[in-house]
Every structure is written in structure tokens, then in C-alpha cells.
Write a protein that binds this ligand. Structure first.
Ligand code: IPE
Length: 266
């Protein structure tokens, strides 16, 4: 198969996560899908898209305590509602990809996977390989899943991305967020904030002392994301966090340009 990219559309990039408003940033989503379609036309890679949740997932998951282990029937109601909310977001994403000429197809984690204390213990990927083989673009997402220890739990897109990268032997992993990578200070609060060009096991603790994601987040925000990506480097796969909001960055990254955001390497 040709080069394979695992691409995450972060919840902060495609929804109004910071404001806590359950709305899609349609302009951003449509532009990202357009850039992906353009780059794919030029370079001909295979791609699996994973998208995050923003308020579509984090708010109901928090309201119903879905990451606290299954203790009440109310949480089962929350499972259904949170998943359905993610389905709505997924349908909007898949629709945009299709409108931009990509053969997108939803891949529904809650119907397929099982967690063990929040980490995937089972998720079939054979169908993904077959779909990629006929130039489809599977679109998976953070979701609520059965957890064999805690009953139910949240699957974060930030866990799903490295899982798929390992299982599918991805060549590149690109994560899009609402900032241009990881900063030493919060760029919204400090004009002196400097982009951290590289994160390695050697500097991750220092970097994480200062960065945190804004808005309701039940899956651990930036620290979790970076820990997952550092873990991925042990399989020899580097990843990059780049800006979803700056036009052109995604296309350039997909066409092979490096150093556009923060590189996570071993
Ligand atoms: C969270 O997915 C999924 C749910 C809360 C149901 P992510 O953790 O990948 O979402 P974002 O990117 O932080 O919004």
C-alpha cells in the first residue's frame, strides 16, 4: 500500500470547545477537508481520519460521569446520548469529506472496540486495511465504549490515533489543534509564549507543567496527548502537532514538509 497517514482533527479545532458551545466550526472543518483532498490528489497517500469531540462528547460524558466507572443506570443513558452526539459530529465530518471528493466512511468505535481501564484491548483493523486498499477514507472518533474492567469508559481520539498508527504501521501521524503546536506558556495568556519545536522523553515533564487544554475535557487534555505520542515513538513512529486554524499548514504537512508545529520524537 502507499504511504499511510493517521490524521486527527482535534475537538478544539473543529468545534467551539473553549467556549463550551456545542457547535461545529464549519469554516475550519471545510477548509481542512479541502486541504486534505488537495494534498491526497497530489501525493496519493492513504489516510485514516480520527476526530475529537469538543463539547459534543466531553460535556455529556462529564455530565453523566462516564469516565468514573459504571455505577448507575443513569450512566447507561449517558452512554447512549454521548455516543449519539458523537455520531452527529461524525456525520458532519464525513459529509464535508465527501463534498470535497473523498470516499469517506464512518468507523464507529463503540460498536467495535473494548477498553481495559481506558486503553483499547480490542479493536479490529482488518476492515480498515481493506477500506484503505480501495481508496476509502475511514473516519473514526473519540467515543464511549464498553470497558472490561470499569464497565464503560471513554475512548479518546488521542489514544485511538497511536493505536491505529501502530496496528496499521502508519508512516506519518499528524494532529491538528487550535494552536500551532505545543507552547512553553499559554499563547492566549502570554505574548512571550514560544513554540516548542520538539518534544522528547527528556523535556516532556517541563513542557507539561505549563500547557493544559481549555474547556471541559474528560480525557486528560494535552498531557495525555503527549504521553500517548511519546509512547508511540517507542514503535519508531514520530508525530506532529500543527495548527488547524492557519490556512495551508495541513496541506503543506501532508505534502511532506516538516517543522511546521511541534514534532514528538523518541
Ligand atoms: C473524547 O475524544 C471522546 C468523548 C468525550 C466521547 P477526544 O479526547 O479525542 O476529544 P478532543 O479532541 O479532546 O475534543
Amino acid at each position: 500500500m502507499s504511504e499511510l497517514v493517521i490524521l486527527k482533527f482535534g475537538g478544539s479545532a473543529i468545534t467551539r470547545k473553549k467556549e463550551g458551545v456545542r457547535e461545529v466550526r464549519k469554516d475550519v472543518l471545510d477548509r481542512l477537508c479541502w486541504e486534505l483532498a488537495e494534498a491526497k490528489k497530489e501525493r496519493g497517500f492513504g489516510v485514516v481520519v480520527v476526530h475529537g469531540a469538543g463539547p459534543f462528547g466531553h460535556v455529556p460524558a462529564s455530565d453523566y460521569g462516564l469516565s468514573e466507572g459504571l455505577k448507575s443506570e443513569r450512566q447507561v443513558v449517558g452512554f447512549s446520548l454521548t455516543h449519539q452526539s458523537m455520531e452527529e459530529l461524525n456525520a458532519i465530518g464525513v459529509d464535508s469529506l465527501i463534498r470535497h471528493g473523498l470516499n469517506a466512511v464512518a468507523y464507529q468505535p463503540s460498536a467495535l472496540g473494548i477498553l481495559r481501564k481506558g486503553r483499547l484491548s480490542y479493536l479490529p483493523t482488518k476492515v480498515l486495511i481493506k477500506l484503505l486498499g480501495i481508496d476509502m477514507v475511514p473516519v473514526a472518533y473519540g467515543d464511549v465504549l464498553i470497558d472490561e474492567v470499569t464497565g464503560i469508559n471513554i475512548l479518546s481520539g488521542d489514544h485511538l490515533v497511536p493505536y491505529l498508527a501502530r496496528e496499521l504501521h502508519a508512516d506519518r501521524v499528524i494532529l491538528l489543534t487550535d494552536v500551532g503546536g505545543v507552547f512553553d506558556l499559554d499563547p492566549e495568556d502570554s505574548k512571550d509564549a514560544v513554540l516548542v519545536k520538539e518534544i522528547t522523553p527528556g523535556n516532556i515533564d517541563l513542557v507539561c507543567k505549563v500547557s493544559a487544554s481549555k474547556g471541559t475535557d474528560v480525557t486528560g487534555g494535552m498531557r495525555r496527548k503527549l504521553d500517548e505520542l511519546i509512547g508511540l515513538t517507542q514503535s519508531g513512529i514520530e508525530s506532529e502537532i500543527v495548527s488547524a486554524l492557519e490556512p495551508g499548514i495541513l496541506k503543506r504537512a501532508l505534502l511532506g514538509e516538516r517543522g511546521l508545529g511541534t514534532l514528538i520524537r523518541g
